[in-house]
Design a protein around this ligand. Structure first.
Ligand code: UFG
Length: 340
């Protein structure tokens, strides 16, 4: 019996695959490798393909005796989603039906779903609880909210049992090494700051210094990628034990401004980051901080990396040891790397 991890060659996916493997769990990864990296999942079988390919999914479920699914595969950039809503709705919503139909055909009823803080839109209270109104401000957040609705309706009608995990700002890398954050192009704050410190970028631009926050820059809740993967394992266990379908926020409950993140990175690395003040990035709420009390109480989730400096340290180790991400291996073997 295997757990299917869609998008398992991506950033959070590959950390979760590793966590599952370390429990002795059999895993099969389905990834288009459009954004993911074959090198990120060296130990489990990786099927390269598209989530919308019903016959491929059917084969994977049959050949690997899939009995539960962790579903990461998605497009996940807010700015891109505004320019290409078609891709976001087709991939994040349309392909979900292929997955759910296949699960039903194979009598698989457990699903852990990657959701996002972007389902809330501009917060009306901080920290944000799960019951907060959901008024997403971009197609990405909207696509994830539609997906959550579809899951809820499938759960009521067909007995699907799912847990949706709403990530705040994923960051860091597994301290065991070998995997980390590698997006092309990179758009996230912490990797951009660290790439600047490695001399790969001339400066970091702060997107907006006139927000209604103490230092004028946006505040976010950074959560370690291993703490996210732990939450997926706890969710799978809870579903196996008969837990009902629900959604949980995942954050540390502490917000850091863009300037505070830059200062924390300077402290960790003992270097100075060249900084430019720029315009606001459209679609960025001023403050996003999670209340994760619900998952802490119900699933006993406890972040192992509650401290921002510790999160940045693990990211720094990854970026220093892999200044080109997974690319050096890809140069040798092509983007997919060596085939198994
Ligand atoms: N930022 C900068 N300069 C940069 C990059 C980012 O100032 O070069 C700022 C952003 O404006 C934001 C903060 O740093 O205030 C964090 O930005 P990221 O791009 O790292 O992360 P986001 O908060 O935009 O995105 C995260 C998740 C998304 C999710 C979103 C919800 O990565 O998947 O939160 O708003 F949709």
């Amino acid at each position: 019996m295997s757990i299917l991890v869609t998008g398992g060659a991506g950033y959070i996916g590959s950390h979760t695959v590793r966590a599952l493997e370390s429990r002795g769990q059999e895993v099969v990864v389905l990834d288009s490798l459009e954004k993911g990296h074959r090198q990120a999942v060296p130990n489990s079988p990786l099927v390269e393909g598209d989530l919308g390919d019903a016959s491929l999914l059917d084969t994977v479920f049959r050949d690997f005796s899939v009995n539960a699914v962790v579903h990461f595969a998605a497009h996940s950039l807010v700015g891109e989603s505004v320019k290409r809503p078609d891709i976001y709705f087709k991939n994040n919503v349309g392909c979900l039906f292929t997955l759910l139909d296949t699960m039903r055909n194979h009598s698989v009823d457990r699903l852990v779903f990657s959701s996002t803080a972007a389902v809330y839109g501009e917060p009306k209270e901080i920290p944000i609880p799960e019951c907060h109104p959901k008024t997403p401000e971009n197609p990405y957040g909207e696509s994830k909210l539609f997906a959550e609705t579809i899951l809820r309706r499938h759960s009521e009608a067909f007995g699907l049992r799912y847990i949706a995990l709403r990530y705040f700002n994923a960051a860091g890398a597994d301290p065991a090494g070998g995997i980390g954050e590698d997006h092309t192009p990179e758009s996230h704050l912490i990797p951009l700051v660290l790439q600047t410190l490695l001399g790969q970028r001339p400066h970091i631009e702060i997107f907006g210094t006139d927000y209604p926050t103490p230092d004028g820059t946006c505040i976010r809740d950074y959560v370690h990628v291993n703490d996210l993967s732990d939450a997926h394992i706890l969710s799978l266990d809870a579903l196996s034990a008969g837990a009902p379908s629900t959604a949980y926020n995942l954050g540390n409950g502490r917000g850091f401004s863009v300037r505070e993140v830059i200062h924390a990175a300077e402290k960790v690395t003992q270097q100075t980051v060249p900084v430019l003040s720029g315009q606001r990035r459209p679609g960025d709420p001023a403050i996003l901080v999670a209340s994760s009390e619900k998952i802490q109480e119900e699933l006993r989730w406890k972040p192992k990396f509650p401290d921002l400096a510790a999160i940045i340290e693990t990211a720094w180790d990854w970026h220093r040891s892999h200044p080109n991400g997974f690319r050096s291996q890809e140069a040798k073997h092509g983007k997919g790397g060596p085939r198994s």
